[in-house]
Design a protein around this ligand. Structure first.
Ligand code: ZN
Length: 242
């Protein structure tokens, strides 16, 4: 089985369309989405409709739940909170229904999907340093756990001796004696100084994983953010990739 895993679209229609085009070009049929469909960008309803149609399973991100008042925005920074309030005004009833029903996790075969962390997913923890990942492996049974949330693509493995480390190669083989937590990066707001949209391809036939980067029309996404009256910093950060 081959699957594309996308995350953190954040209402960026241009990035989402470019990524889906790339997935289709590679003839990959299964798509999973790790949440944060909305927040920051100018096309929330369009992104929700497309992901609902294209994705085999979609889970909730903190911005999705915030947009339908299922999570508190007191921990959001002022710009993120402003974008959530803007999004709440724009969401159609259909969109609200879809976001409200998204689950926190989804398990399918060897794969677990979660937005922030497998341990206490409802608390939206960020995984950055190796120490953040280390104790997460006991929180799930599957061989692979896919996460988003930090918008920084990375992969960490744990072997049978509980030795944990980052993987530096891309693509990389998935070894049976190892378990993995893989951050697929962000489609709509990358923060690793590479402004191209990010997603992952899981190849279960060849036991491999690859992070893919896709160019998209950044100036158009930025113009829409400014025109929508969203904070301009949300436009500027797209071309900076941070
Ligand atoms: Zn996000």
């Amino acid at each position: 089985m081959k699957a594309a895993i996308i995350s953190d679209i954040h209402s960026n229609l241009e990035a989402l369309q470019a990524v889906l085009k790339d997935i289709k070009k590679r003839r990959i049929k299964s798509i999973y989405c790790l949440g944060d469909l909305v927040g920051y960008g100018a096309n929330p309803n369009e992104c929700i409709a497309i992901v609902s149609q294209e994705s085999d399973a979609t889970i909730a991100g903190n911005h999705d739940y915030a947009a339908v008042n299922k999570t508190d925005i007191s921990t959001f920074n002022p710009v993120a909170a402003e974008a959530i309030r803007w999004t709440q005004k724009k969401l159609t009833e259909d969109s609200k229904k879809i976001l409200s029903k998204l689950p926190l996790t989804h398990s399918t075969g060897d794969l677990l999907l979660v937005h922030g962390s497998p341990n206490k997913p409802e608390q939206w923890h960020y995984l950055f340093a190796l120490d953040d990942f280390h104790h997460q492996f006991s929180a799930f049974m599957e061989q692979l756990c896919f996460v988003g949330h930090s918008h920084i693509p990375s992969a960490v493995f744990q072997d049978t001796n509980s030795y944990t480390d980052f993987l530096r190669e891309n693509p990389f083989p998935l070894l049976k004696k190892r378990r993995y937590i893989i951050n697929v990066g962000s489609v709509g707001q990358p923060r690793d100084l590479d402004p191209r949209a990010s997603y992952a391809i899981y190849d279960g036939n060849n036991d491999s994983l690859e992070i893919i980067r896709v160019e998209y029309n950044i100036p158009l996404a930025e113009q829409k953010i400014v025109k929508a009256g969203l904070p301009e910093v949300l436009a500027e950060r797209l071309s900076a990739g941070k």
